[in-house]
Design a protein. Structure first.
Length: 95
């Protein structure tokens, strides 16, 4: 047995892994899987702005506009300075 320590996995690593899997599934059109991984990332880190934003994008693609709006509003509540999220919220209201 070597004397090296195994790197510990942090919460940030786990939410990032879930987020990356969500993006991969989203890009491949596996929307249910993507949704599950975005939600997992948010469950691990409720302030994960990008996960809220991308989940909102997914809901918007599925025509679930109120759910998309809720996601965007949560992202804006966490970080009101991201213009991309404000734009996405505007698009959701237009639809």
């Amino acid at each position: 047995m070597s004397g090296r320590k195994r790197p510990s996995t942090t919460t940030a690593d786990v939410d990032e892994q879930a987020f990356n899997l969500a993006i991969q599934h989203h890009q491949r059109g596996n929307f249910q899987e993507a949704m599950s991984y975005y939600q997992k990332a948010i469950q691990i880190n409720s302030d994960y702005v990008e996960a809220h934003n991308n989940l909102g994008n997914l809901y918007r693609e599925l025509g679930e506009y109120q759910k998309a709006i809720n996601c965007y509003q949560k992202a804006i509540q966490i970080n009101p300075n991201l213009s991309e999220v404000h734009n996405n919220l505007g698009y959701a209201y237009q639809e």
